[in-house]
Write a protein that binds this ligand. Structure first.
Ligand SMILES: [Ca+2]
Ligand SMILES: [Ca+2]
Length: 76
């Protein structure tokens, strides 16, 4: 079942370290206030550049807390 979820996790963070409780501040290793792809994949290596780029709404190459919230599905 976990293998089936890997493909989905790449799109929605479901079942990842992030979904399991890693917060924005935890992931922002250099405390710059945004998350680079390297920072995200350090805790969630299954996240693809495609998924990261899709969440990067302003295309600046990093995720703001708001962009990250969308990707992490924090609406619930
Ligand atoms: Ca950072
Ligand atoms: Ca961005």
């Amino acid at each position: 079942m976990k293998r089936t979820l890997v493909a989905l996790a790449a799109l929605a963070f479901a079942g990842t370290a992030i979904a399991q409780g890693a917060s924005f501040a935890d992931i922002d290793a250099d405390q710059s206030g945004d998350l680079t792809y390297a920072e995200v994949t350090a805790v969630a290596p299954e996240i693809t550049m495609e998924a990261f780029s899709a969440a990067d709404a302003d295309r600046n190459g990093s995720l703001s807390e708001a962009e990250f919230a969308v990707l992490a599905g924090s609406g619930g």
